[in-house]
Design a protein around this ligand. Structure first.
Ligand code: FES
Length: 175
């Protein structure tokens, strides 16, 4: 019994078109996916980076903030950005804040030109020592020249009061 040439040609065309559409879809989506999940630069490995706040998170009071730093061989990835900051940029330090029963995590970098902001407890706000920008405890600009909010970090609180922050660990031997 022979193969119907019309059927096999139709089958071939169906698979050919499906392959073509898949290749087009992958080619079109790849640049978007790279933006959503940026690959780690050479010498870096995506990781949950352990960070120890200056005081345990369990002691963090409402309307207060505490700073944490990355280990020497690691850093944190900003989750969003604006101004000098962009999603995927690296921060080496951050703040955990408790505001409105929520715990938020911010990169330490001012959105104006990247100086490290300071928490001013008695004014319940962040201040940048470089050009005077101020940010609310929610990370919103309350005084320029910064025009964009603080960048968020993605962190999980651990039972021992430490954090696991999305970032990278330098791979051994990489400079
Ligand atoms: S870098 Fe912060 S105000 Fe300019």
């Amino acid at each position: 019994m022979g193969v119907d040439p019309n059927v096999s040609r139709r089958t071939f065309l169906t698979w050919y078109m499906a392959g073509l559409m898949t290749a087009t879809l992958v080619a079109g989506l790849a640049p978007i996916l790279v933006y959503v999940w940026p690959p780690a630069p050479p010498g870096q490995k995506n990781a949950k980076v352990k960070a120890t706040p200056d005081t345990p998170l369990s002691d963090l009071q409402e309307n207060d903030a505490v700073r944490f730093k990355s280990p020497d061989n690691a850093g944190f990835y900003m989750q969003d950005g604006g101004g000098d900051n962009s999603k995927g940029d690296i921060a080496y330090s951050g703040y955990a804040v408790k505001a409105g029963s929520q715990t938020l995590f911010f990169a330490v970098n001012c959105s104006h030109l990247g100086c490290s902001i300071n928490w001013v407890k008695d004014k319940t706000r962040f201040e940048c020592p470089c050009h005077g920008s101020r940010f609310s405890i929610q990370g919103q600009v309350i005084h320029g020249p910064a025009a964009f909010p603080l960048s968020h970090l993605k962190a999980e609180t651990q039972p021992d009061g430490t954090l696991l922050v999305d970032g990278f660990i330098q791979t051994p031997g990489a400079s």
